[in-house]
Write a protein that binds this ligand. Structure first.
Ligand code: ADP
Ligand code: MG
Length: 674
């Protein structure tokens, strides 16, 4: 082993720089953050060749005093904190005093800066941490910093740089995110002499979203504004129908700082569960405001990750904020007819026009199923009965919460007001069913359980937005308006043996009967568990693979709670003794291997969704199918149940359950309206 040496200042600087400065986008992030901390209202970023040869950031912030400029480039030199206590309540984006030192260790830096009250500014140049120039100069108020030849003295780093376009895209993406986090600052981004982004700096988040992601993206957003236990979540999230193919458009900001956070992403995705297609991801621009001492931003050199003193309230607040916004927006309106460019064969190019074409999901299954009436009618009876009971049981608290609001759609909000977090996806009717007829044990998704544990706190929870409650002035008088009656749809008929057509007010509602029935059963199973099981004669053991039999055995307790009874004494042969009544007619030879396979797949990755997957499987099998013959009475009942349950707008797999054509849209198609 060679002798131990103390590394030279130059080498230790290079090593330390590696932590903060990984690529051009990390330089840009640090420089923009400095400009924001300097109180700038206009920030311009310019890069050439992806930022590898040239980066310039100009701001109109407070500037740096002549004597302080060399100090700013020393490691651990900062004007933002002075004491250990300051670390507990950081409100600036920077505080480590490392960025400029790191940047100047690996590039050639030139800075021009002037404080407002100084007559002259400062011109300062360093190369690889060596001062080359420090003199007074005439220049505008604020700071311009130019970085040339990034990593010119660290060939190893250069090798890891991606193509200029890729690096440039990363820069654009970080500028976008920071621009979103500060709508009150006007950002401009110029890339290879072309202007790419320009935000107005008018303080309006929506205008920033518009500038960053474009008109269509902005139009697909719904507003979020919510407060719970001292945490405020505000911003925008996407309408379910316009969810994205990946998570790139998920933006979270904690106290105006862009962060990456698993907790936030999970809460967001949980809130969208069941309303977006499987494999799609919600987009959002969400600002999370919380006390600075409840978040530690000092856990990552680039400060991109943060640690919350307690994840749970953050998770809950985001979850309820988004869920609440989705409910308030009334998801039925998401089922707009899709716009498709269409040209009539007889029309000339110039006469091309847009027409609406409905997007109807295809449900391929075809099989024998149980009469729908048993399932749906029972549910409907309970629903109807309990709806009434719920209304008469309104407590004074609930009434006063309602009366303090000025919701856009009072009737809907009033209904939602009954929804408790322990029934995250529930509607009042189903909540009531549980109260009266307690399940063996509610089968709840474990991530959904998070908010449930916090029962004391969420006791008075309602989907009415608390932030808007506080804002509402003056408080309306305390009159109690009963929840609206269930709406009755007029059944018109069934198309293609699968789509129920009915009419209400000025709308035609088209429901996919399999998807709708499947979702109704799914919700019921999820909330109630199975209320009864049915013994079945199945003398033959079903042969499973060893892994499948093990997986089944491990989950036996769960299955028994659901109404299964299995004999595994001859494992890997399984004998089925009872099934939940709702699926007792199904062939165990098909059902059991499918469930076992499901458990096996999730064994190494015990996803909480496993239970949902089982419920999906069961609900799908128990539901009526396309091409089934159903009476008009049954279908009418189904469509009414589904329409009146605001929470059911997608099947458990995320496919839409219904869509609506308004009279106005029809009239437009027939050219009665223009
Ligand atoms: P930190 O931001 O963590 O304090 P930096 O190395 O990024 O550390 O910056 C060091 C110091 O230089 C800052 O604390 C600040 O006083 C000053 N500074 C850097 N950039 C600017 C700027 N654009 N405008 C005004 N002051 C700046
Ligand atoms: Mg900084």
């Amino acid at each position: 082993m060679p002798a131990i040496n103390l590394l030279s200042k130059e080498i230790s600087e290079l090593i330390a720089a590696g932590e903060v400065i990984e690529r051009p986008s990390s330089v840009i992030k640090e420089l923009i953050e400095n400009s924001i901390d300097a109180g700038a209202t206009h920030i311009t970023v310019e890069i050439k060749r992806g930022g590898s040869t040239f980066i310039r950031v100009t701001d109109d912030g407070c500037g740096i005093a002549f004597d302080d400029v060399p100090k700013a480039f020393l490691r651990h030199a900062t004007s933002k904190i002075t004491s250990r206590e300051d670390l507990n309540s950081i409100l600036t984006l920077g505080f480590r005093g490392e960025a400029l030192a790191s940047v100047c260790a690996v590039s050639k830096v030139e800075i021009m800066t002037k404080q407002k009250d100084d007559e002259l500014g400062t011109h300062y140049i360093t190369e690889g941490s060596q001062e080359v120039m420090h003199e007074k100069t005439g220049c505008p108020d604020g700071t311009t910093i130019i970085i040339r030849d990034l990593f010119y003295n660290v060939p190893a780093r250069q090798k890891f740089m991606k193509k200029d376009t890729v690096e440039g895209n990363m820069v654009s993406s970080i500028v976008d995110k920071i621009a979103l986090s500060h709508p009150e600052i006007s950002f401009r981004m110029i890339r290879d002499n072309k202007a790419e982004l320009s935000t107005s700096g008018d303080g309006n988040l929506y205008s920033s979203i518009f500038a960053v992601y474009g008109k269509n993206f902005a139009a697909d957003m719904i507003e979020v504004d919510y407060e719970l236990d001292g945490i405020r979540v505000s911003g925008y999230c996407v309408k379910p129908l316009y969810s994205k193919a990946n998570r790139v458009f998920q933006n979270f900001f904690v106290n105006e700082r862009y962060i990456k956070s698993q907790v936030c992403a999970s809460a967001l995705e949980e809130a969208y569960k069941g309303v977006i297609m499987v494999g799609k991801f919600p987009a959002c621009v969400l600002k999370i405001g919380l006390a600075p001492d409840t978040v530690d931003v000092n856990v990552h050199p680039a400060k991109v990750e943060v640690r919350f003193s307690d994840d749970k309230p953050i998770y809950n607040c985001i979850y309820f904020a988004v869920k609440s916004a989705l409910m308030k927006a009334g998801m039925i309106y998401d089922f707009e007819l899709e716009k498709t460019a269409f040209s009539k064969s007889s029309a000339s190019e110039s006469e091309k026009e847009e027409v609406y074409q409905p997007q109807i999901p295809v449900v391929p299954e075809k099989s024998e199923k149980p009469p729908l009436q048993n399932v749906v009618s029972d549910i409907s009876k309970e629903v109807f009965k309990e709806n009434k009971a719920e209304q008469s049981q309104q407590t004074v608290d609930e009434v006063s919460v309602c009366n303090n609001t000025k919701p856009e759609k009072p009737e809907n909000l009033f209904e939602n007001n009954n929804v408790r977090p322990q029934n995250l996806s529930a509607v009042p009717a189903y909540t009531a069913v549980i109260k009266e007829n307690p399940p063996i044990k509610p089968i709840v998704h474990s991530r959904i359980e998070e908010p449930v544990k916090n029962e004391e706190k969420v006791e008075n929870f309602s989907y009415i937005n608390r932030a808007s409650l506080q804002k509402t002035e003056p408080a309306p008088e305390k009159t109690f308006k009963p929840a609206e009656e269930k709406k009755e749809l007029r059944y018109i008929g069934e198309a293609f043996k699968g789509y129920i057509i009915s009419e209400i007010d000025d709308k035609i509602v088209i429901v996919d009967k399999h998807a709708a029935h499947e979702r109704i059963i799914f919700e019921r199973l999820k909330k109630q568990g199975y209320e009864s099981s049915q013994l079945i004669m199945c003398a033959e053991g079903i042969l499973l693979s060893l892994d499948e039999a093990d997986a089944l055995s491990e989950n036996r307790e769960l299955l028994e709670k659901m109404g299964f009874s299995l004999d595994l004494t001859n494992s890997p042969y399984v004998t089925v003794k009872a099934l939940p009544s709702i699926i007792a007619h199904l062939n165990p030879d098909e059902l059991i291997p499918e469930l076992a396979e499901n458990f096996r797949k999730n064994k190494l990755d015990p996803r909480p969704e496993a239970i949902d997957d089982i419920l999906h499987t069961v609900a799908c099998k128990a539901a009526i199918k396309m091409n089934d013959k159903n009476s008009s009475l049954e279908l009418e009942k189904l469509v009414n149940d589904v329409y009146n349950d605001e929470n059911i707008r997608h099947c458990p797999h995320g496919r839409p359950v219904m869509f609506v054509i308004t009279k106005y849209e029809l009239e437009k198609q027939f050219r009665r309206k223009v």
